[in-house]
Design a binder for this molecule. Structure first.
Ligand SMILES: *Cc1c(COP(=O)(O)O)cnc(C)c1O
Ligand SMILES: [Zn+2]
Length: 435
């Protein structure tokens, strides 16, 4: 039988739609927000789409050795962004592994705990999934210069993809330390890196103004195309699980784009009948940067956190742009928001690392949060749980070394599971003594 031409079969009408007032905009127009100030979704008319056919197509693409659809994002291109091959800028992102949590699972008290390692992307974080889509949109719109505010990983990713596309990239990073690995990447990939005297939220405000005034394409997760690319984490995870939906997804929350993408992906799969069960989403924030948690817990209107502070620098964000989208998805999935302390983050990280998996601090909120929710009786030890590890262990070597040498006491973090280096004499006896 002849295979139908895919792009024709699955031509899905799409447009931008405001999440607050519902107003629609044509995709031809460059827009990040609605006239009412609300965030925009890339919305699709899925009514006439054959979900089964789409699933078959994705299964056929699994394991492709080369080409655009060998990317773990563009494999699902029908629900990512409908553009011609020639416009797509990809680094074959995605295709990340999913690991049994091992020691980290025992630590969390969950038997069936899997960790989807998004730190295995080309620049070491899940941001690459959104970035391939965002930079492709920039390409479609004819942009030659892109910008973002970043706690580190977005800038590393953007600089890399901009380099691949031949675009100029401008990066706004907050004052104080950003993780060394991330800063190194931004510089290495050739991004114009501007450290401002202010925190991430100040950088975010500034970059939005600059993009509007100077005609630069904005690649923060306020950009609806970034969210579309990040949906592929969900598609790929479920495909790896043969479309058996877990009971829970546990995911860290900073600017709250990633969990918004996760729920949007699930909503679309559900609407298409590809999945019937809806997993519950648990978003985990650091207790020093917890505006969504506060809102959730106290049932109060959203209010930014003034001076966010956490060792998990990737989620050190007080005024997350995507909180509305995030909340929509958490409610839809009957999900929950939890917070974890600095000590809980770093101890969970020690377990993820000691399992031989390894991830940066923010990622380990997934494990710390899962443990907390098991202890609270919300996640059952028998539930199937997928935790998202968002970034690579090498992103933040300082956090690792300082924990294992017990040098985080100024931050009130103890090296509870420290594996400190030991200095010994260069003799057989000395080695024997420490073995
Ligand atoms: C960006 C990032 C996060 C937070 O994701 P949001 O979409 O901003 O909530 C978490 N962990 C890592 C490693 C990140 O780079
Ligand atoms: Zn609106």
């Amino acid at each position: 039988m002849q295979r139908p031409s895919k792009m024709r079969t699955f031509k899905i009408p799409s447009f931008l739609k405001c999440v607050s007032c519902g107003r629609k905009y044509d995709l031809k127009e460059i827009r990040y927000t609605c006239n009412c100030g609300g965030l925009l979704d890339l919305a699709r008319d899925l009514k006439s789409v054959d979900g089964k056919g789409l699933l078959k197509l994705w299964e056929d693409r699994w394991g492709m050795k080369s080409g655009i659809e060998s990317s773990g994002v563009w494999r699902y291109r029908e629900l990512i962004l409908d553009v011609p091959d020639s416009k797509i800028i990809t680094r074959q992102e995605g295709n990340t592994r999913i690991y049994p949590a091992g020691k980290a699972g025992e630590y969390a008290g969950i038997k069936n705990f899997l960790l989807k390692h998004e730190g295995e992307n080309p620049t070491g974080s899940f941001k690459d999934r959104g970035m391939t889509c965002g930079i492709t949109a920039a390409n479609i719109y004819g942009a030659k210069c892109v910008a973002c505010a970043s706690t580190g990983n977005t800038s590393a990713s953007m600089a890399s993809y901009a380099a691949a596309a031949g675009f100029k990239s401008v990066i706004f990073i907050p004052s104080g330390k950003i993780a060394y690995g991330k800063l190194a990447q931004a510089l290495a990939y050739g991004g114009l890196t501007l450290q401002i005297d202010g925190n991430f939220d100040d950088a975010m405000t500034l970059v939005q103004e600059i993009c509007e005034k100077l005609d630069i394409y904005l690649l923060n997760s306020i950009n609806p195309f970034r969210i579309e690319g990040q949906k592929a984490i969900c598609f790929e995870t479920l495909q790896q699980l043969d479309w058996k939906v877990p009971d829970w997804f546990v995911i860290p929350g900073g600017n709250l784009g990633n969990n918004s993408a996760l729920s949007k992906a699930l909503m679309e799969l559900h609407e298409l009948g590809i999945i019937r069960k809806i997993p519950r989403i648990a978003v985990i924030q650091a207790s020093g940067a917890n505006p969504l948690y506060k809102m959730w817990k106290n049932n109060r209107p959203f209010e930014p956190v003034k001076n966010p502070e956490t060792i998990a620098t990737a989620i050190k964000i007080g005024n997350p742009v995507s909180w509305e989208k995030s909340l929509r998805g958490i409610k839809w999935s009957n999900g929950i928001v939890e917070e974890v302390t600095e000590q809980e983050i770093m101890d969970a990280k020690a377990m993820v690392d000691a399992a031989g998996i390894g991830a940066e601090p923010a990622s380990c909120c997934s494990v710390a949060g899962a443990k907390k929710l098991v202890e609270a009786g919300i996640i059952s030890p028998n539930d199937s749980v997928v935790g998202i590890l968002t970034g690579n262990v090498l992103k933040d070597p300082d956090a690792v070394i300082n924990y294992h040498t017990d040098n985080l006491r100024d931050k009130h973090i103890k090296g509870n599971f420290a594996n400190s280096p030991k200095s010994i004499k260069a003799t057989l006896e000395a080695v024997k003594a420490v073995l």
